[in-house]
Design a protein around this ligand. Structure first.
Ligand code: ATP
Ligand code: MG
Length: 562
């Protein structure tokens, strides 16, 4: 036990996977076989090692909920249950390879079984979030032509309301202890199914999954990936960014509807033989998170920046087994990284990626952290900062973050936005796939985030990234979090406006006085032209289900757009 500012942290150090960036980049040359199936080629291999006693005894899957119920599966057990479900999909439901299965479940163990059973049957998995409306569901079912849907009681009525308009939908499977008319019962089907199932042969480039983007900037896009894209491409995430071994227990808090759950709650940990830990919380609760981190042997923790912002507001004096902490999905404020370090003795390592990709850039464990930068390009990709025509820009110049796709398109890049070839084509310019994000590369090859292309503010000739203003604001004790957007101004065209959520102790202070104080503060800690000329105090910020700030919503309100 070591003592960090009075908080005790239990830590058994072990060598990390990462050595040095240059050699990892040079040695990176994944072999993409003609046929690849993650269930057979990765999961069943771990199960075999377990049997021979060649693997650490960690479970493959460890699930708990608020009622202290637990499910633990070894790789062998995961294989057993998922083979039975595979027999349901290909037997009782008669699904064929590449048929699409729409899955909407919260973080329950069945979600993981469906993931693996789809791999075993070569069916294409479309996971959606539980917060979908009937209209969302209809759109997804019609666009995807899904033949089977698996969900629980909360979504079933919405599905029934639209099912008659979805001609391809043939099977509805309910995960519930109760029955529902017109639905097959998941538990009954699985109980009666055989556990003998031969995994189908899938080509590496066959479609494997269609994930929805988070919908931060507009309606979510259906993003298709092949078997090798996530199944092999997420090796770098697991090995060097999450720094996992078969002895680790990883808790990634993402909702099951987002690609981040495929990244960090399925593929990356299981590539490494690590344990996927899940706490099924109805909603994010800081106390439960801290309690869970200190009650279970969780070595690796990955959550969204918004969650870290909430956690550092809490009393964190307790035991942690944590060795490594990460975040992705949004930029993390250096201020929050500092507070987390003070409380736990651990740094937060940042990762940057999209539903369309695997890790694009990140700070790998052991690499120097530059707070505010993502880190360096992942070895899978040649990441460059490019102009609108796809020309590479010099270091230090802001531009579009792009991934080189010519002469070779990386195998771990999405294949298409389903049913939307125009939108797919729009992402490519010259030799690059454009991420839609703006950034800068520094002299050490670190990439710095400026903002989503649409979020950058143009004020009196200056380009201002919202993130740097938000970083300055959160350094002030009054600010719990903020969102910075452009606002119309008769003289400057646009000015910087900050929506600020105050910390508890500042909520009752004089607001005009506080606005002035915050403006002066930002002028002091960053270039003065970036200070927010307008400030509005709000109780909360608009966010996506995965907790991302929807600046677009605030911006549209400012500009009177619908
Ligand atoms: P949509 O495409 O539907 O508007 P989205 O882009 O938020 O939603 P995701 O694919 O889940 O959907 O998120 C990827 C985006 O999240 C990136 O393009 C980037 O804008 C942002 N992002 C991810 N990681 C980071 C990070 N570490 N720092 C800053 N931004 C990040
Ligand atoms: Mg996006």
């Amino acid at each position: 036990l070591s003592s960090i500012r009075g908080h005790r942290v239990h830590r058994v150090s072990r060598p990390q996977n990462f050595t040095d960036y240059e050699s990892i980049k040079q040695q990176y040359s994944p072999q993409i076989p003609e046929y690849f199936n993650f269930a057979e080629d990765v999961l069943d291999v771990w199960a075999e090692k377990e049997k021979k006693g060649e693997k650490a005894s960690n479970p493959a899957f460890w699930w708990v909920n608020d009622r202290k119920q637990e499910v633990r599966w070894s790789f062998e057990e995961l294989g057993f249950h998922s083979r039975r479900l595979a027999n349901v999909l290909s037997g009782a439901c008669g699904l064929n390879q590449q048929d699409r299965v729409f899955l909407v479940l919260p973080r329950v163990p069945e979600w993981w079984l469906v993931n693996v059973a789809c791999l075993r049957t070569g069916t294409v998995l479309l996971p959606g979030t539980s917060q979908l409306t009937a209209r969302d569901i209809l759109h997804r079912l019609q666009t995807s032509g899904a033949r089977c849907v698996i969900t629980d009681e909360s979504l079933a009525p919405l599905l029934d309301a639209v099912a008659s308009q979805c001609s391809s939908l043939q099977h509805k499977i309910l995960v519930s202890p109760t029955k529902r008319e017109g639905w097959k019962n998941f538990g009954d089907l699985v109980r009666n199914a055989s556990s003998d199932h031969e995994c189908v042969k899938t080509r590496s480039d066959d479609p494997m999954t269609i994930f929805f983007t988070s919908g931060t900037t507009g309606s979510p896009k259906m993003t298709q990936h092949s078997h090798s894209s996530y199944g092999i491409g997420l090796t770098v995430n697991g090995r060097y960014w999450l720094d996992l071994t078969e002895r680790d227990v990883l808790w990634n808090t993402s909702d099951t509807g987002w690609a981040k759950s495929a990244w960090s709650s399925v593929y990356a940990p299981w590539i490494q033989g690590a344990c996927v830990f899940i706490h099924h919380m109805p909603r994010f609760d800081s106390h439960t998170v801290l309690e869970t981190l200190s009650s279970y042997p969780i070595s690796t923790f990955c959550t969204a920046p918004t969650a870290y912002r909430m956690l550092v507001q809490e009393d964190m004096s307790r035991y942690f087994n944590l060795q490594h902490c990460l975040c992705a999905g949004e930029p993390i404020n250096p201020e929050v990284m500092g507070k987390w370090r003070n409380a736990t003795g651990l740094d937060i390592y940042e990762g940057y990626g999209q539903t369309e990709t695997v890790l694009i850039a990140g700070t790998f464990k052991g690499m120097k952290i530059k707070a505010g930068a993502f880190g360096k390009a992942s070895p899978e990709y040649d990441v460059q900062v490019v102009d609108e025509a796809g020309n590479v820009l010099p270091r230090g110049v802001e531009g579009n973050l792009g991934i080189r796709v010519k002469p070779h398109k990386p195998f771990s890049l999405f294949t298409e936005y389903t049913g939307d070839p125009d939108r797919t084509a729009e992402c490519y310019v010259g030799d690059f796939y454009l991420t839609g994000d703006r950034g800068v590369m520094d002299e050490d090859d670190y990439l710095w985030f400026v903002g989503r292309a649409d979020d950058v503010i143009l004020s009196a000739g200056y380009r201002i990234g919202p993130f740097e203003v938000e970083n300055a604001l959160i350094e002030h004790q009054a600010v719990a979090e903020s969102a910075v957007v452009s606002s119309p101004d008769p003289i400057r065209g646009e000015v910087v406006k900050a929506f600020v959520v105050l910390t508890a102790e500042y909520k009752s202070q004089d607001q005009d006085q506080l606005k002035k104080e915050l403006q002066t503060y930002v002028k002091k800690v960053t270039a003065p032209y970036k200070y927010p000329r307008k400030i509005e105090f709000v109780e909360q910020l608009p966010k996506t289900v995965s907790g991302k700030i929807r600046r677009v919503e605030l911006r549209n309100k400012e500009w009177g757009r619908s």
